[in-house]
Structure formats: C-alpha cells, structure tokens
Design a protein around this ligand. Structure first.
Ligand code: MRU
Length: 363
C-alpha cells in the first residue's frame, strides 16, 4: 500500500480524490468528489469506509460545501448540511466528533464575525489537520502496542477482522497498523485475516493490503477463527473500533463479538486498537450505540460486488432462495469484559474500565 504510493484519500486543487474501495481488489478506480453530496454518496455507498476515513472524508465534504458557496451560510443552513452529512453512516462516532470539532472552531456566539473565507479556510485547514493527526495517532498507537509483545524478535500469529489499514484511515492503520509496526520491529508474523462476511472487507481489502506489504497471511472465513485458535498458537486478536462507549463496550464490524468470545474461551488476548476519535463518553455503554442495518442483498448474494463499470463480479452471485429474508446488522458490540486491552495513541488501557478510559483520555 505505502510502497505502491496509492493514496486512498487525496486532496489536490480543492478536489477530493477517493480510491473506490467498492471495486477493490479487481480494479483500481477513483471517485472525484467535488461537492459535499459527492462525499455523502462516497461514505454511504462505501467508496470510502472505515471510521477514521469516513470522518476525514466528511471533513473534506464540509470544505467542498463551503468552497462552492458565494455567500456565507447562516448557522442553521450550515448545521442542516452537517446534519445531512452525519446521517450518511450512523455507527462510527468519528464523523460526529469531527463535525462537532469543526463547529467548535466557529462558536455560535461569534459566528456573525466570521466571513465566508474564514469558514472556507478553516474547513480546509481542519480536514488537512485531521489527515495528519490520524496518521500520527495511528503511528503512536502502533508503537504503544509493541509493549504488549515480546521485546526480542519472535514468531507471532495474529488474527484480525475487517479492514483497519491504510484504506480505512489516513495511513498506517489501527489494528493493521499494529501488525505493520510489529513486522517493522522485526517480528516474524503470520496474520489470519477474517474474510468479514458479508461485505468481505477482510478478503477484498485487508488481504490486498497484506499482500502489497508482503506480510505473510492466510485468509480465513469468519467461522474458522475457532478452529485456528484451537489448533494453532495464536498470540493475539487485534481489531479496530467504530465507537467505544464510556465503559469500554466497543462497536466494530459484525463478527467481532463472537471472535472475542472465542478468544476468551481459548485464553487468547483480545485487543482493540483505536484512537480517541472513536471514544464516545456521552453514552454509558454499548446498548446506546446505533447499529447500521444494511441491504439484505449483501447477505443473500454476492451480486452487490461490482466492477468499475457497475457490472457484477459474479453473475451467478445469488446464494439464497429468492425472497428469503435476511438480517444484515453491519456492526456488533463487544462487551468491555471480553476486551483484554484498548491500544490507543495515549497508551494501553487495561483492564478496560470507565475509570481507566477516563484516566487516559481525561474526560
Ligand atoms: O463498514 P466499514 O467497512 O466502514 O467497517 C469498518 C470497521 O468496522 C473497522 O474495523 C473500523 O471502522 C475501524 S477502521 C480503523
């Protein structure tokens, strides 16, 4: 990924170029976002996905919206637009925090004193700052993770779920960033990447990043994780997060929760790698996290996988009887009690308790 120089999110000449993750790994294609609506489309339709990348794209969406105006929006017009953006995907908290952080730079009581140009410049600066901040935070948390593993170069076997790499972030990644940094620290890694049914972020995106990086890995179906833990030495499971509640309950890609249960059963440490931007101190626990429900078609067929021309990858992609109802919650919540530690840019939080989270993040 880094070697190939492909940038999943690129801001150039006041346009946002997004690597189209819907068509990876078969096709390398880009979507040029020129308006906030383009960004909302890109987030909703999964051109870009992964909690940090969604928030960064949203921030550039704000800049595109403001750059397209010839007069300053009223505060309620601005808030309406930001509300539309927020609705694009509900589970990850990063986008909400980004919108709030942007608004905090233009306090309501002083809003009348700002010119359109101030908002435009402020939005672009904020989005660029987010890109840089996310990369730095990922590098910092990945460095912190090294303390959880042997000091001397060792053979390490790690299971991961979904895609949390350079594609899901500003670069390096969270859980996949930890894996990259372990490799860079000299460990000899074998990664077991869950395919991540139904959207297959593991098979299509994580497998692609691991191959690009030359990190030895096996792709497994999600249901194989138990067998892998029972029959091979697994040193850790490392996953990302879309929202962490005050008590440490963590929403992440569907399939994370059962993976944590299996890890507990086998005594395998289960780590969540995430930055402060995934923390939601406003909710007490995971029952308050909204879970995005996606199309049944993603479960009943592979027909949703399209090539760059919009043609299905697999023309015979239907795998269920016609009309069969399916459930498609896109995320689940792993209780804090199943999480060995949360790896953050500020250090490792373990045991995962509200007190320890607040100690580290000072909220
Ligand atoms: O539906 P997605 O692909 O946006 O879900 C992504 C995940 O669940 C990731 O694990 C999470 O956003 C963390 S990415 C650093």
């Amino acid at each position: 990924m880094q070697e190939s120089g492909l940038k999943p999110i690129l801001w150039k000449n006041r346009e946002l170029t997004l690597l189209d993750q819907r068509v990876l790994p078969g096709t390398t294609s880009f979507l040029i976002a020129k308006t906030m609506e383009d960004c909302i489309f890109a987030i909703r339709e999964m051109v870009v996905r992964g909690a940090p990348a969604i928030a960064i794209t949203g921030a550039f969406g704000i800049a595109l919206y403001l750059n397209g105006l010839s007069s300053k929006p009223t505060l309620s017009e601005l808030k309406k637009k930001l509300g539309d953006l927020l609705e694009s995907r509900p589970t990850a908290v990063n986008l909400r925090l980004a919108i709030e952080e942007f608004l905090s730079r233009f306090p309501e009581t002083e809003y009348s004193s700002f010119q359109l140009e101030d908002l435009q410049r402020g939005a672009e600066k904020f989005a660029l700052f987010m890109l840089e901040e996310d990369l730095n935070n990922n590098l910092a948390l990945s460095k912190n993770a090294l303390s959880l593993f042997p000091k001397n170069p060792s053979s390490l076997n790690i299971i991961t779920h979904c895609n949390t790499g350079a594609l899901a972030t500003a670069g390096h990644g969270t859980a996949l960033g930890v894996i990259r940094s372990l490799r860079d620290a000299g460990h000899s890694l074998t990664v077991y990447a869950d395919e991540t049914r139904p959207y297959l972020q593991g098979a299509r995106l994580t497998a692609w990043e691991l191959k690009e990086e030359g990190i030895p890995a096996y792709l497994i179906t999600d249901s194989m994780a138990g067998w892998v833990m029972a029959s091979r030495k697994i040193d850790a499971v490392v996953v990302g997060a879309d929202r962490i509640a005050s008590n440490g309950d963590t929403a992440n890609k569907i399939g994370t929760y059962p993976l944590a249960i299996v890890a507990k059963h086998h005594g395998v440490p289960f780590y969540v790698a995430a930055t402060e931007k995934s923390m939601d101190f406003r909710i007490p626990d995971g029952t308050h996290i909204p879970i995005e429900m996606r199309k049944e078609e993603e479960v009943t067929s592979f027909g949703f996988l399209k090539d760059a021309d919009g043609k299905p990858f697999l023309s015979e992609g239907v795998i269920a009887p016609k009309g069969m109802p399916a459930l498609n919650p896109s995320f689940d919540v792993t209780p804090a009690s199943l999480i060995t530690g949360i790896i953050t840019e500020r250090g490792i939080i373990s045991p995962v308790t509200e007190e320890n989270l607040k100690k580290v993040f000072g909220s």
